[in-house]
Design a protein around this ligand. Structure first.
Ligand code: NAG
Length: 415
């Protein structure tokens, strides 16, 4: 019998779970686990979401199995927890589920974020798993003046933020669950085509191609938008799992427990079964995870723009006041899409299908203020960042991988 642990990953095929899978069962070298099961709503044969070439190879490893499961169905979730023949209960569970689109209603967020996490957390507690690591996306607004520590009560951002946060309160209140929450910054990295940074990178490449400056709607000010590399999401999630397995929930709460405060609208709570009462103050071990760059809108925009040989500038106040979210957003996107399409067709050979697109939705263009202090995960878990800096080398790596895959235009200029 192998002494390596067994691992279940739920969700996140479209966000960060492929990076975790590759971290646990690397293409080269020894696996960290004896068995890895990945469970999500998508099909992988054929893929119904972008998975990239590396993950397709991870899926072929003998330690790995993949299950396409409707995560809103109790019985289907329960059977996904059944260990493979001859193995005992899964040791570690990674909960990377949750709807990351920002145009979804409360109703949809309740069924695809809150209710799914509730099914998973409840079943994981029943099975007595040694750790349950929940990834919390950066759907918050912090103060622009100082980085938020884990004990600070920060405000969830819009509907998505409210239900992601409510999911934490619900999970935290499951006493028998060996829960650790990892609250991440804006994620980027190879094969990571979701989120604001991927969108910025694609759009900046268009401005580089058009030889025009990229312009932001928001004044430079202090606009923290802290970043994190997807390899660090994987590495830190694993570090949290091992830490929890050595402590257990009660001890972990003593060392790293934080109150998860109420931030919902009382009138919609009745729509979701299992929401905790406003006066409850559930506690869970919580860690921020961002890199050491202290990324801001200006620093991220400048790093990305300069990589593509252009500059990052700001609209003046008059231009800003005249921006109309509906019409101007459509115009801007039309220009981006037109430029990107030219780049794809002009590539050699020309590209007909890419997982990237330069379309910026309202959320991507809105002003975000997200500064998280990363001291706690370093001090308590002893986690060392693999990619402490958001820089050209890290952009180069991900663009290169997409070029090799044949989905990034080779005509796009790099500096
Ligand atoms: C998943 O199950 C729910 C509940 O039965 C159902 O409403 C939904 O359509 C299913 N989703 C898919 C993709 O089949």
């Amino acid at each position: 019998m192998s002494s390596k642990p067994t691992v279940l990953i739920f969700g996140g095929l479209n966000t960060c779970s492929r990076a975790l899978a590759a971290f646990l069962v690397p293409l080269e070298g020894d696996a960290r686990v004896s068995h890895l099961r990945i469970v999500d709503k998508f099909s992988v044969h054929p893929p119904t979401t972008y998975i990239g070439p590396e993950f397709a190879k991870v899926l072929e490893k003998p330690e790995v199995d993949y299950r396409q499961v409707n995560l809103t169905i109790t019985a289907a979730v329960a059977s996904a927890f059944d260990p493979p023949e001859g193995l005992s209960t899964f040791d570690h569970v990674f909960d990377f589920t949750g709807e990351v689109r920002h145009d979804r209603s409360s109703m949809i967020q309740i069924s695809t974020t809150f209710a799914v996490a509730r099914l998973l957390g409840t079943e994981a507690a029943k099975r007595g798993v040694r750790s349950y690591v929940r990834i919390q996306q950066p759907f918050y607004e912090t103060s622009g003046k100082h980085a938020a520590a884990e004990k600070d009560d920060i405000k969830p951002y819009e509907t998505s933020g409210v239900w992601w946060h409510e999911s934490l309160r619900m999970l935290a209140s499951i006493q028998d669950l060996n829960l650790v929450v990892l609250r991440i910054g804006f994620v980027y990295g190879p094969y990571t085509n979701f989120g604001n940074i991927a969108s910025l990178i694609t759009v900046a490449s268009v401005y580089g191609f058009l030889k025009r400056p990229m312009k932001s709607l928001w004044s430079p000010g202090k606009n923290p938008t802290n970043t994190v590399h997807v390899d660090d999401v994987a590495g830190a999630a694993w570090a949290c799992a091992e830490w929890m397995a050595s402590k257990g929930r009660a001890e972990a709460n003593k060392l790293a427990g934080e109150v998860i405060y109420f931030h919902n609208d009382k009138s919609v709570m009745k729509d979701a079964e299992g929401v905790r009462a406003p006066d409850e103050k559930p506690v869970a071990p919580l860690f921020n995870l961002v890199d050491d760059s202290n990324s801001t809108l200006l620093s991220t925009g400048s790093t990305i723009s300069s990589y593509f040989g252009t500059t990052f500038e700001f609209f003046n106040i008059v231009e800003n006041a005249m921006f109309k979210w509906k019409d101007d957003l459509d115009d801007v996107n039309e220009q981006h899409v037109e430029g990107w399409t030219k780049m794809l067709t002009g590539s050699d050979p020309s590209i007909t299908n890419s997982p990237l697109n330069p379309y910026m939705d309202k959320y991507t263009l809105e002003k975000h203020v997200l500064a998280l202090d990363n001291a706690k995960v370093k001090n308590i878990i002893n986690y060392q960042l693999l990619r402490p800096e958001f820089n050209h080398a890290n952009i180069d790596e991900l663009v290169d991988k997409w070029k090799q895959e044949g989905v990034w235009p080779n005509a796009a200029r790099n500096s």
